[in-house]
Design a binder for this molecule. Structure first.
Ligand SMILES: Cc1cc2nc3c(=O)[nH]c(=O)nc-3n(C[C@H](O)[C@H](O)[C@H](O)COP(=O)(O)OP(=O)(O)OC[C@H]3O[C@@H](n4cnc5c(N)ncnc54)[C@H](O)[C@@H]3O)c2cc1C
Length: 468
């Protein structure tokens, strides 16, 4: 199959871009690993569940219905359950390689003239004693169960960690009937106040969440952290404690909260694997883009959380700009930024909020003090903090050397989960790894690729020689 534009990711950024490009006459293929478009923010219940009021679980439902209806009326080819494992650069333009269906074994490829990476972000969870017990889930995971599966993870939950995501998760669980025993936020509200000017436009949203927490009687424990999750075969409770101004536990403040669910998150990181393997320049943990959302690789654009975590509205604005830029550039025209001025203004304002929130929310300094040696850090390879520390004392100074010495990061997730923890234990900032593939790929698929390339080459040589 050949298309003008391949959009990877059908969240707000990918949807906005696909619609903008379709409207300007491009053939667009919209890939997503999920069966339905929507991404994280507009995640929809599985069709078989026949949800009667899915809007009850969502904010900004009107925006979603507009996007959904415009997509249905468009010519965009929606390719659900397409897990993109690689975008290959070829002289004829990018080739998108995907694995189909829930089994992710059958390959598919689409040739395109341009690619937009709108792959979103994923949650960071830092380890603490007991975090691998059944009943401990990520905050986004709890929300995905609710929005996508219409199920709650338990009866009594503690929502903990740091970041704005904890607010919709705690209020969403409470509205669904879960008793939320506490929202435990490690950030200091004083830091939010310090950025009050930059965040003034976010006040109504914050006030809305505060009202919902009050209505559902959810205790809000600011400058607190979970120091341990308890249970033998599954979670039975957590110990929380207050933090001092330096992020250390204040002795004597520990108390136990019984619960069967702990929904935890320590912030988000952009998905940069596809960008990295394409050779796009990264700016810290994000894909670097210009004012048109172009990466430094010709024919490759990026938008949404892949270029910086900042919320669904920012993703929509960036996607819209990218779609318009791609449509103009593929026609051979230089786009007029004046055409997307409102989206550019929204982008500047929302990036300002994102920077302020980023500065206000951070995992507590000294979080590693509370990670005991027997705490598992890399879940895939079952590597403990003690083993990582031993590697560090042997001279391993970065995540890569720790990986070689301990296997931390060599498992199924390829370090996506444990990298921030390993970096923290090493006293360094996490640096995104360059991974050749964005997903695990069956060897049969790789072998098939190799055979195809060989056949192409042989065919090319025969064509050059002419018929014998
Ligand atoms: C777990 C989670 C929960 C969140 N909950 C909230 C919330 O409650 N409120 C809020 O304001 N914000 C929330 N956010 C943030 C919000 O979802 C984002 O701001 C917004 O959705 C970003 O839009 P996006 O289009 O950049 O990415 P996303 O909405 O994340 O969409 C990216 C899409 O790309 C697809 N994708 C990624 N890699 C591949 C691949 N290799 N192959 C195929 N498809 C791929 C994913 O399946 C996904 O559908 C959440 C984020 C996460 C990660």
């Amino acid at each position: 199959m050949r298309t003008d534009l391949a959009v990877i990711g059908a969240g707000p950024a990918g949807l906005a871009a696909a619609l903008a490009a379709d409207r300007r006459g491009l053939r667009v293929a919209l890939f997503d690993a999920a069966p339905e478009p929507g991404g994280q923010f507009y995640r929809q219940p599985a069709a078989g569940l026949r949800a009667e009021r899915p809007q009850a679980l969502h904010h900004q439902w009107r925006t979603w219905t507009r996007l959904r209806d415009r997509l249905a009326a468009s010519s965009v080819r929606v390719l659900g359950e397409h897990h993109v494992w690689c975008v290959e650069r070829t002289p004829d333009g990018p080739v998108v390689h995907a694995l189909l269906g829930p089994e992710q074994e059958k390959p598919a490829e689409v040739r395109a003239t341009a690619v937009l990476l709108a792959t979103g972000g994923y949650e960071t969870v830092l380890p603490f004693p007991g975090w691998t017990l059944p009943g401990v889930v990520t905050a986004g995971g709890a929300q995905a169960m609710l929005k996508g599966g219409l199920v709650v993870p338990g009866r009594t939950a503690v929502v903990a960690g740091t970041g704005p995501l904890l607010l919709p998760v705690a209020t969403g669980l409470a509205a669904a009937g879960v008793r939320v025993a506490a929202l435990v936020e490690s950030a200091d509200p004083g830091r939010l106040l310090r950025h009050a000017g930059a965040l003034a436009g976010k006040l109504p949203e914050g006030a809305g969440y505060a009202a919902r927490l009050l209505r559902h009687r959810v205790p809000f424990l600011a400058r607190h952290t979970v120091v341990r999750a308890h249970g033998d075969t599954r979670l039975t409770g957590v110990t929380v404690a207050a933090l001092d101004a330096h992020g250390r536990v204040r002795p004597g403040t520990e108390r136990r909260l019984p619960c069967d669910t702990l929904a935890v998150s320590h912030g988000m990181l952009p998905h940069t694997d596809l960008a990295g393997s394409l050779g796009c320049r990264l700016d810290g943990p994000t894909v670097a883009v210009d004012a048109e959302q172009r990466t430094d690789v010709p024919g490759v654009w990026a938008a949404g959380e892949a270029t910086g975590v900042g919320g669904a509205a920012l993703a929509l604005a960036e996607g819209h700009i990218a779609g318009r830029s791609i449509a103009a550039r593929l026609r051979g025209a230089v786009p007029d930024p004046g055409e997307w001025a409102p989206a550019a203004r929204a982008r500047a304002r929302l990036r300002g909020y994102a920077a302020a929130l980023d500065a206000a929310y951070a995992p507590p300094a000294h979080w590693t003090d509370r990670v005991t040696d027997d705490t598992v850090v890399c879940r895939c390879e079952e590597v403990t903090a003690g083993t990582v520390r031993e590697a560090l004392t042997l001279g391993a100074g970065d995540a890569r050397t720790v990986k070689l010495l301990t296997r931390a990061g060599m498992g199924w997730c390829q370090g996506r989960m444990c990298e921030p923890a390993v970096a923290g234990l090493a006293g360094r900032e996490p640096v995104p790894s360059r991974r050749p593939f964005a997903r695990p790929v069956p060897l049969g698929v790789l072998a098939g690729q190799h055979e195809q390339h060989e056949q192409h080459e042989q065919h090319g040589q025969q064509t050059e020689r002419g018929p014998s």
